[in-house]
Design a protein around this ligand. Structure first.
Ligand code: WT7
Length: 637
């Protein structure tokens, strides 16, 4: 038995949307009743967006893992919960049934408990894409510990920042991970991160690549050894409050260091299952392949929690789309008879560039639904995906959402509501978006023309963030203060007369590089750590494959050294401070930056220059030193 709230037709969608509008609480009450609760909730919703304070299903008691695993044991115990495809195609696939997943997660939970992990503790997870990663999340949830996954591409400094921010005393990591032809060391990076984190009590290490690692006595333990010594019995799921935190996931904003977005148990569970079931129209027995890494929210919601709550089979892939060659995704689709493929525009664009033979080699007939997420999808990529991969028979769902939203908010529903190339289209029932202008005034619906504005949401949905870890005020100012009474997404959007949304991208200083969210301020801070740098300014520019590239303007104080060497040095600095994903694509050395008389950098001008615009730079008369603009234009990379 799985939750049942699937929408079956276009008429259904409109009728249910209207129901959710007229009686949101009644709507969510009925959806929440589809889950397994140890105790039903007292109050469906309490909220105000000013504090903000949002409580869904207050008083309810549950454990998300009972919904993801135990409830499927009656009728799906032998069905695969997770199918794992290794980086190297000649290594064996692993298939983990629901029964096995139950056993593995319980053992993992016993290990955590034996080593002192308790409800409410923060556990930092830094691993590759192996089944044990999914099990680590679930084992934390089983005992009520709060997981904080850090993507395996982040640097020691980034791990250390996150460890300190959440005071995580426990770590689950791995010796190394395979990524295409490379072995990426993880434990050695963790060791660097741990140099000044003496509050860390235990580090569990999974052996995968057997690269050399050092183990600190009494602190570091091999996971396998620990697992071999524990009970085979059921680990009783900790009883959690609906609003107990389930996890923290750090994400970049327009200022400062990444913030820890906090999601809570019941609302997040309801949201991931509800959106998964409806957007992809998941049918029992189907294989769902989400290509994201569990280090990002997409992996949390649509590899682990959403699919498992719906009793689905979730395919997890360790490697990259271009290894051993650009046909790898299509090979996996045929090998495992994948029905739903959910990937990012950047992956589509990079694969488009390769020879079509890579596609024709494999039979893709099993595919029923194609999904895209993470950034606006351009028309060319959309059409290529639809024609070459879906053979014009699979609906493409363009799913818009964010780390903060927990799951999909705006998307067409596969074969239920129409797909429109490059448009996320309509909000899910229970989601109430609006567009506002700069002053916060709502842009009214227009039955004649397409309107545009800043995308906000006017009413809470169960999967929304509740706070930012350790700094509630930051949550308020970031999301709820720009337009009082509204949740502000940071995105700009257009809406056509039929109410379909096209998300155009961030309107703040957040970049979207290959679907990865990166704050310009973060990259600037990293660059500025180089001793030779006086000041820097980072902006985005359109990039064919990545969507956005990173353009850095840098004032360097002794440029007599070789420019190329300095560039390499700067890239290394950024890699060390953040990770390779934040490396600028272009670095231009400048003698000054365009600033207003009050000392503010005019990013608008820098953005235009990076985009290749040299003529219409707008009003530059208010600049402190208008000449600098000319110099920068001349030196453009
Ligand atoms: C930002 C959120 C959502 C999980 C992956 C990224 C952009 C996301 C779309 C889409 C246009 C999109 C937005 C958003 N974005 N999906 N379908 N169309 N833009 O999560 O790292 O929190 O980034 O990604 O700009 O704000 P994230």
């Amino acid at each position: 038995m799985v939750p049942n709230f699937q929408i079956h037709s276009k008429e259904d969608y409109h009728r249910i949307y209207e129901q959710s509008r007229l009686d949101p609480e009644g709507f969510w009450k009925r959806i929440a009743e589809e889950f397994y609760w140890q105790k039903k909730w007292d109050k469906t919703l309490e909220w105000n967006f000013d504090a903000p304070e949002i409580k869904w299903f207050a008083g309810g008691k549950l454990n998300i893992t009972e919904n993801c695993i135990d409830r499927h044991l009656a009728d799906k115990s032998d069905q695969p919960a997770i199918i794992w495809e290794p980086n190297n195609p000649s290594e064996n696939t692993r298939t983990i049934s629901y029964k096995e997943l139950h056993n593995d997660v319980c053992k993992f939970a016993w290990v955590l408990q034996k080593n002192g992990v308790k409800k409410g503790d923060r556990v930092l997870i830094y691993m590759g894409m192996v089944p044990e990663l999914a099990m680590a999340l679930l084992a934390c949830a089983r005992i009520g510990a709060i997981h904080s996954v850090v993507f395996g591409g982040f640097s020691a400094q980034s791990i250390s920042d996150r460890l300190h921010d959440a005071k995580s005393e426990f770590i689950i990591t791995q010796d190394g991970t395979y990524r295409g032809a490379k072995v990426i060391p993880l434990k050695p990076t963790m060791d660097d991160a741990l140099v000044n984190c003496d509050f860390v009590k235990k580090v569990f290490v999974l052996a995968r690549t057997n690269n050399p690692v050092s183990m600190i006595r009494d602190r570091d333990v091999w996971l396998e050894e620990e697992l071999s010594g524990v009970s085979e019995e059921d680990f009783p799921a900790e009883i959690m409050d609906a609003e107990d935190p389930l996890f923290i996931l750090y994400t970049s904003g327009s200022t400062g260091k990444p913030k820890g977005v906090v999601h809570t148990t019941a609302g997040y569970m309801v949201w991931t299952a509800y959106s998964f079931s409806n957007v992809f129209q998941y049918q029992p027995g189907e294989i769902h392949f989400c290509t994201a890494d569990i280090g990002w929210i997409t992996g949390h919601s649509y590899i682990v929690y959403g699919p498992l709550c719906m009793g689905a089979t979730s395919l997890m892939f360790e490697g990259i789309p271009t290894y051993p060659d650009a046909g790898r995704f299509w090979e996996i689709v045929e090998k495992h008879q994948v029905n739903i493929l959910y990937t990012a525009p950047t992956a589509i664009r990079s694969l488009m560039a390769f020879d079509k033979n890579h596609i024709h080699r494999n039979n893709l007939d099993s595919l029923r639904v194609l999904g895209t997420v993470g950034e606006p999808i351009n028309e060319e990529a959309w059409q290529w995906y639809f024609k070459n991969i879906g053979k014009e028979e699979c609906p493409v769902v363009d799913t818009w959402w964010q780390t903060e939203t927990g799951g999909i908010l705006i998307s067409n529903l596969a074969d239920i509501t129409p797909a429109i190339p490059t448009m996320a289209t309509l909000p899910l029932p229970g989601v109430f978006p609006l567009l506002v202008d700069e002053s916060g005034k709502e842009i009214a619906a227009d039955s004649e023309k397409t309107v545009s504005g800043n995308l906000c949401i006017r009413f809470p949905w169960p999967g929304m963030l509740r706070t930012t870890w350790g700094d509630h005020e930051r949550c308020r100012t970031n999301y709820f203060a720009t337009y009082p009474g509204l949740y502000f997404t940071g995105d700009g959007a257009m809406r056509d007369p039929q109410g379909n949304y096209r998300i155009t991208g961030r309107v703040d200083d957040v970049l979207n590089v290959s679907g990865h969210r990166i704050g310009t301020a973060e990259v600037e801070n990293a660059i500025n750590m180089h001793t030779g740098v006086t000041e820097s300014a980072v902006v985005g520019y359109p990039h064919d494959i990545k969507g956005q590239g990173i353009y850095a303007y840098v004032i360097f104080n002794h440029l007599h050294v070789d420019e190329e060497v300095t560039r390499r040095d700067l890239l290394e600095t950024v890699t060390r401070v953040i990770g390779p994903i934040a490396k600028p694509d272009k670095i231009q050395f400048v003698s000054g930056l365009p600033k207003t008389r009050s000392g503010k950098i005019m990013r608008r001008i820098l953005r235009k220059i990076a985009e290749g615009e040299t003529e219409n730079l707008g009003d530059t008369t208010t600049l402190l030193d208008p000449q600098i603009v000319e110099e920068i234009v001349k030196g453009k990379m």
